[in-house]
Design a binder for this molecule. Structure first.
Ligand code: G6P
Length: 612
């Protein structure tokens, strides 16, 4: 979703902004723009990709040591050159980039029109820059104060950066609900939606908090105030991301790189946390708040998209192993449906970015009702990690491909560790079972590596089904959420309509769709339900569906009836999603490439969904 990058200092701003915008491309966007201040404000913006902007700017003046840049994911107004950011005030003095949605923009716009303001776009952002202009003009305020005053009238979410051409030594940034990070460099300041455009310049950062306004100056000074004008002394954090992990490393796409990274990222999520020899699982987030976790009567898991699918696996894990009742909620539904939340509930938020607006709002609601909040998050220092009472990072490193892969397996790894640990603490599994699980779990990274060896076979299967307009994914038990995730991966990046279903539910609807053109991907690694799955597959075959079965190595039953089989290493059933999801990721990837799709930046999708 929208990305912001800004710079003020002694270096040339243009290369920093362009590189920054390229780093932000992964968030998903449909237009890009920059404003450079060098006496005058030069604003260049283009529908399309950052490369289109670069071509457009080729013969233009880009000499400046201060500028702001933006990638826009359209909300108000279609994606075109005009609606792209930065937007400019009516008097041409201010320019601004914005991420978020100004909910009361229509009211503000009417009031401003009555004051004589003329608008040229349909965006809420143009209203915001005019509002700041009006406040500044009326009260003769320096830009940072005009921003602060104007924001008191605004409802909704925003991260903004503003330039005032009459006050060229400073940039003003503010946030509420959408992230903004300030990088403190040796030769200037960087402001951005996340650390990716900043990390190659400096590791010293401040995560701006909600309703704070920052002014950073070329001379190296900076100041942060709350919207109520109280000075705030910020905590200076250290960015932990590595640039190397943000490059493609020879892979054609980030998604492919991230799929192949999983043996390592699953191991990273376990690192220092599990020791089968010592019979130990250590998770600081759980250990430090043992009282709250022990007392919990119910877990509520909230998330969106792929993270919700990881949450559903979490439910199966916590209920199966630890015997804790779990509800899994779409954050967007939970936040608006007046749910029953008690102080004895633990609410677990699952989020790769840690910035998803709906997940954040769901947590705020649960917090008000007294629940204990736990985060399972990838992005260090993100908003959700700061709102939760405790949590565990998955340590997957930056995930750039819009379709989540390594974050998903990282989340499931963490949830599995939590479930085994809590199961033991609640005496729900025997010591023998606990130890067996630990020993097997440690083998998962090596087994994930073995799954990667199936890539050629999966590529071949992809070539056989790539032209199908539809696909059905079926799974039972722990593999039902995997079916949902497989279907989501396929539709996200290849635009093939796909549905995930509990295998036995197929009889209640989707079976009507099955004919000789319908690929049915069955995730059939469950030992306990093998016979049942075999009957489900037979039902598909009887209607001439094309069956692609993900099975456990050595499985003969299914191999005989399926059209294609993908055999993965055997493991304990609760761990099987970590292995069975990988062939589905690879299948979607190859199909999308064969269909000529932009795998890393699928149309209309955003990586970090910071608006509702
Ligand atoms: C978007 C992304 C998905 C992600 C979902 C939730 O839809 O494209 O990959 O699963 O948001 O995001 P989160 O950062 O909260 O996991």
């Amino acid at each position: 979703m929208c990305g912001i990058v800004a710079y003020i200092g002694t270096q040339q701003a243009y290369p920093i902004l362009i590189k920054g915008l390229q780093r932000l491309e992964y968030r998903g966007y449909d237009s890009a723009g920059i404003a450079l201040l060098n006496g005058n404000l030069n604003i260049y913006k283009k529908k399309g990709k950052v490369n289109d902007l670069i071509s457009f700017v080729e013969d233009k003046n880009v000499d400046a040591t201060c500028g702001i840049g933006h990638t826009r994911w359209a909300t108000h107004g279609k994606p075109d050159d005009l609606n792209a950011h930065p937007h400019i005030s009516g008097n041409g003095r201010l320019t601004l980039v914005h991420n978020g949605i100004i909910e009361n923009y229509a009211l503000l716009k009417e009031a401003l029109k009555n004051e004589g303001h003329v608008f040229h776009t349909q965006t809420d952002t143009e209203v915001l820059v005019h509002l700041i202009e009006e406040v500044q003009k009326r009260n003769k305020l320096p830009i940072e104060e005009a921003v602060r005053e104007a924001l008191t009238q605004v409802e909704g979410a925003y991260a903004i950066v503003v330039i005032d051409k009459e006050d060229p030594g400073k940039l003003v940034g503010a946030r509420k609900g959408s992230p903004l990070v300030i990088g403190i460099g040796n030769d200037g300041f960087f402001l951005a939606s996340d650390g990716t455009p900043i990390v190659e310049h400096t590791k010293k950062v401040i995560y701006l908090e909600d309703e704070q306004v920052a002014v950073v100056r070329r001379n190296g000074d900076y100041e942060i105030r709350t919207i109520n004008n109280e000075i705030h002394t910020p905590f200076i954090d250290e960015l932990t991301m590595e640039i190397g992990r943000m490059e493609k490393d020879g892979y054609d796409y980030f998604m492919l790189k991230e799929i192949h990274e999983q043996p390592r990222t699953i191991a990273d999520a376990m690192r220092g946390r599990i020791n089968a020899e010592k019979n130990l699982i250590r998770l600081d987030g759980l250990d430090d708040f043992k009282g709250q976790i022990d007392a919990a009567e119910r877990f509520i898991i909230v998330g969106c998209g792929t993270s919700w699918h990881a949450g559903l696996i979490g439910k199966y894990l916590f209920e199966d192993l630890a015997r804790i009742p779990v509800e899994v909620e779409y954050a967007s539904e939970f936040r608006y449906r007046n749910p029953v939340v008690k102080s004895s509930d633990v609410v677990i938020a699952i989020s790769q970015s840690g910035e998803t607006a709906d997940t954040y709002a769901a947590l705020e609601l649960a917090k008000k009702q007294g629940a204990f909040l736990y985060g399972v998050v990838n992005s260090v220092g993100s908003s959700i990690t700061r709102l939760t009472d405790a949590g565990s990072y998955i340590h997957a490193g930056p995930e750039i491909g819009v379709a989540s892969t390594k974050a998903f397996t990282g989340q499931v790894t963490l949830l599995t560790l939590m479930a085994i640990k809590i199961a033991r603490e609640r005496n729900q599994i025997s010591e023998e079972h606990y130890s067996k699980l630990l020993h097997e779990f440690e083998k998962i990274p090596a087994k994930a590596k073995k799954v990667m060896e199936l890539d050629d076979k999966i590529k071949y299967i992809a070539s056989e089904i790539k032209d199908s307009p539809n696909a059905l994914y079926l799974g039972r038990g722990f593999n039902f959420p995997v079916a949902l995730e497989g279907a989501l991966k396929l539709k996200e990046i290849s635009y093939i309509h796909a549905e995930g279903y509990p295998a036995a539910e197929m009889k209640h609807g989707p079976i009507a769709l099955i004919d000789e053109n319908m690929p049915v991907i069955v995730i059939a690694t469950n030992k306990s339900l093998n016979e049942k799955i075999v009957s489900n597959i037979k039902q598909v075959k009887a209607r001439k569906g094309i069956v692609i079965a993900v099975v456990t190595e050595g499985d003969k039953n299914i191999g005989e009836i399926a059209d294609y089989t993908i055999a993965i290493p055997e493991t304990e059933e609760p761990f099987s999603p970590l292995l069975s999801v990988i062939p589905l990721q690879l299948l979607s990837y190859h199909i999308a490439v064969m269909r000529g799709c932009n795998v890393d930046q699928p149309r209309n999708l955003a990586k970090s969904v910071t608006v509702e």
